[in-house]
Design a protein around this ligand. Structure first.
Ligand code: SF4
Length: 440
């Protein structure tokens, strides 16, 4: 009974997709009887899940590996940086093993090799929803891995491979387990959510004995039956997305779309090789709003892509003026090692890329503020994230965790984390809303 339990430390870096990889590895570790340590010293070895997307992320990941080696000495590396040639081994030759992203199997094999599991039934207890790194009331639901596109600024397909959709029955089973465990908001993620099922020709799967196609519309319909918030990320503006908007208008899934447009100039979109680049996005946005006026549209853009002229940048500002998007994230173009866009002519100096990013942000601020001001006086539903003596910090249907704004409920001290509440909006700033509990 006094046998020492093999203990693993875990460092998780990177995007929500990497977080889901971490959760899967942690779940496997727990289910095999490993303990998880919150400190380097308490662990027999450390797994570092890395990000390799941009240079800053590479630096951060290499630093994290260095720290784990210095503090613990036995380190297994996984994640996107592991797929980037031999940079990890060159920088840190002492690591025990290196795998790429989405490699729970290989990580477990390495853990078994360097720290065999103890077969103790008393530590074999894992909650059915697995181990999660997000708060208890929301969870990411990864529906596929990889991507069939080849956007010229991106190296994700070379790191993660082509699209592989998870069977819909498996996704729904996971979603149900999460809801049973108290999750109130499911955030659907992948590299290209609209393409869900394309690789397996929308194969029919089964959920609770019922046939369901592996297709985004069918998935949204099924998720809409679970009685929790369902939020869609990384959706490209294909015509097939139009069919989802009535589900939003009927309240079955959240009226929220995260659509990474990246640019508005047809020439730049073509150079970027963006999915759905020939669609008329303004018409599509107008049509979505006609069906579901409540919809929140979030997007991201890149300024200073190689060859972008001042006129093309202004075309992007014009698009923003007309599209009136609710939430916008902007990145100055940053050359990622290995990306095809680095070979394009007309690379712009960093000051220009950065100056355009600043101009776009300032331009969008007025638009975002106007969209939020229109909510003042309205009563909306929010999900509570935190509570303290100053009130509650919550989010509305228009706010995804970590990337969008917040709703500060100034008299929400009695609310509970994970609770839905009805509030009346009293004020706003550029990103956030201020509200009070609505009259019963
Ligand atoms: S859609 Fe483009 S940006 Fe997104 S993962 Fe695929 S290649 Fe990269």
């Amino acid at each position: 009974m006094n046998r020492k339990i093999p203990t693993v430390g875990f460092v998780s870096l990177g995007c929500p997709k990497a977080t889901v990889d971490s959760e899967q590895i942690l779940t496997r570790l727990k289910s095999e009887g490993y303990a998880i340590s919150g400190s380097y010293q308490g662990a027999d070895l450390v797994v570092v899940n890395t990000c390799g997307f941009i240079d800053a992320a590479v630096e951060e990941s290499l630093d994290a590996i260095g720290e784990a080696l210095a503090e613990n000495g036995r380190v297994i590396v996984t994640g996107c940086l592991g797929a980037k040639g031999d940079i990890v081994r060159r920088t840190h030759p002492k690591v025990l093993a290196v795998t790429g992203p989405h490699a729970a199997q290989e990580v477990m094999a390495a853990v078994h090799e360097y720290l065999p599991p103890s077969h103790d039934p008393f530590v074999d207890l894992v909650p059915p929803q697995g181990i999660r790194l997000t708060p208890q009331h929301y969870a990411y639901l990864k529906i596929s891995e990889g991507c069939n596109h080849r956007c010229t600024f991106c190296i994700i397909p070379s790191l993660r491979g082509d699209l592989v959709s998870r069977p819909i029955g498996e996704v729904m089973k996971e979603a149900e387990a999460l809801v049973d465990a108290g999750v109130r908001e499911l955030l659907v993620i992948s590299q290209d959510t609209s393409a869900y099922g394309v690789d397996i020709k929308y194969r029919t799967g089964f959920w609770n004995g019922r046939p369901v196609k592996t297709r985004l519309f069918d998935l949204c319909q099924a998720l809409g039956e679970l009685g929790v918030w369902v939020r869609l990320h990384y959706v490209y503006p294909y015509p097939s997305v139009d069919a989802l908007i009535p589900l939003m208008a009927e309240g079955r899934i959240l009226p929220y779309l995260d659509v990474p447009f990246q640019h508005a100039s047809p020439r730049i979109l073509k150079l970027m090789k963006r999915p759905a680049s020939s669609e008329n996005n303004l018409d599509r946005i107008r049509a979505w709003r006609a069906v579901c006026p409540e919809i929140t549209i979030r997007s991201t853009f890149i300024t200073g892509f190689p060859g972008e002229t001042e006129a093309e940048f202004e075309e992007l500002l014009q698009f923003l003026e007309e599209a009136e998007l609710d939430r916008v994230g902007v990145f100055a173009y940053s050359p990622v090692a290995g990306a095809a866009a680095n070979e394009l002519p007309g690379a712009l100096p960093e000051e220009v890329r950065e100056e355009r990013r600043r101009r776009l942000m300032e331009f969008q601020e007025d638009i975002s503020t106007r969209r939020l001001e229109a909510k003042i006086g309205r009563t909306i539903e929010v999900l509570v994230d935190e509570v303290d003596e100053e009130g509650a910090v919550a989010r509305s249907a228009g706010d995804a965790p970590e990337i969008d704004g917040l709703v500060y409920v100034t008299d929400g001290q009695e609310l509970e984390v994970g609770e839905f509440a009805s509030v009346t909006v009293t004020d706003c700033d550029v990103h956030d809303l201020y509200a009070e509990l609505a009259e019963a």
